[in-house]
Design a protein around this ligand. Structure first.
Ligand code: NDP
Length: 331
């Protein structure tokens, strides 16, 4: 499969170039708004073609798929252009800045008959799959609550648009709350119904929030508590799922890497749970390639991306207005 990278980004450089190649994908083009940056990226990663004209790149009939990892406000127009050119799309989260735009992207892909996936990597991790399997097996009984701890320290090289550019989709809610929404949906198999929330700027955010806490109600009655931040250097990440018959403690699992520990605590005591330690992004690409080959769905579909954005938008709205907000999934 031949790929074009739309965006000379950090995530492409650090994870996705390697993940695509590990899945025997060939990267033939990279696009940047700056031809010079595209050229530098292409040279560093041995990509034969580069440019700053999206239409020109998409006109290449040998390109099968695009990976979109530009800043968030660009995803919409780039995804539309790719779908129009009948390319499969793996798009970064958040899919767009508004729910209507995200729904429109996914609908356009469906109508064109191309695969559209969202790069929610956490559901590809062995740790999250192990937690999900424990819940599904009934080991903790009925789920009462899920606590998501995703307050991290945004490294200096990422402290650009994320902390000072609302128009580019900056802020911790579009950046991290979307991931947590996807994790809750993946683990519990249900969609948040309503949220209450608070947000703050606690040292990094300039015109956007850098911290958020929210509580979500689920159709089953389970409660979800979610904490995201850019300003917590020593907090560590993790999640806990508490049920009537047991609790699951997963430490350091809200991460890009296959690390962390999962423990199950029941009346019988504490048990360390083994899980697969494969690369999260390679697994996402593997599932994408399979979906293009007609084998199953991508790990996170376009609809998953729409729903995670819907929850994040509800969290921000609830925090701004100081009221409980029903999540609008767009019908
Ligand atoms: P970056 O800031 O590294 O890249 C985003 C865009 O910024 C690039 O496409 C590039 O534009 C531009 N850019 C990069 N370097 C420079 C520079 N030196 N000067 C000017 N512009 C520059 O963002 P990330 O890689 O962190 O994030 C990109 C997307 O990926 C976002 O949507 C984000 O939410 C998502 N993401 C997802 C992750 C996941 O695990 N799923 C993890 C991290 C990010 P151009 O292409 O025009 O050169």
């Amino acid at each position: 499969m031949r790929w074009a990278l739309i965006g000379a980004s950090t995530i492409a450089r650090q994870y996705m170039v390697g993940a695509i190649r590990a899945g025997h994908g060939e990267i033939s083009h990279v696009l940047s708004a700056s031809a010079e940056r595209a050229g530098t990226f292409a040279a560093a990663h041995h990509i034969p073609n580069f440019g700053s004209d999206l239409e020109e790149i998409l006109a290449d009939p040998d390109i099968d798929a695009v990976y979109i990892s530009t800043t968030n406000e660009k995803h919409l127009s780039q995804a539309f252009a790719a779908v129009k050119a009948v390319k499969h799309v793996l798009c970064e989260k958040p899919l767009a800045l508004t729910l209507e735009d995200a729904v429109a992207m996914v609908r356009a892909a469906d109508e064109a008959g191309v695969v559209f996936a969202t790069n929610h990597h956490l559901r590809c991790s062995g740790s999250h799959r192990a937690v999900r399997a424990l819940i599904a097996s009934g080991r903790i009984g009925r789920v009462l609550s899920l606590r998501l701890h995703h307050a991290v320290h945004l490294p200096p090289h990422l402290q650009g648009w994320r902390i000072n550019a609302p128009d580019a989709g900056g802020g911790v809610i579009p950046d991290i709350t979307v991931h947590d929404a996807d994790v809750a949906r993946f683990l519990l198999g249900e969609d948040p119904v309503a949220v209450v929330a608070q947000m703050a700027s606690s040292g990094l955010g300039e015109g956007v929030e850098d911290s958020a806490m929210s509580v979500w109600t689920m159709p089953s009655g389970a409660m979800v508590m979610s904490h995201e931040s850019f300003t917590h250097p020593f907090a560590g990440s993790g999640l806990e799922v508490h049920g009537t018959d047991g609790s699951i403690f997963a430490r350091d699992v809200m991460t890009q890497n296959p690390i962390g520990l999962v423990d199950l605590v029941t009346a019988s005591g504490r048990e360390a749970i083994e899980f697969e330690k494969h690369d999260l992004y390679e697994e996402g690409v593997r599932r994408f390639h399979a979906a293009v080959a007609g084998e199953g769905e991508p790990a996170a579909t376009g609809l998953d991306g729409v729903k995670s954005l819907a929850v994040a938008l509800a969290v921000r709205d609830a925090a701004i207005r100081g009221v409980r907000v029903d999540v609008n999934y767009g019908g």
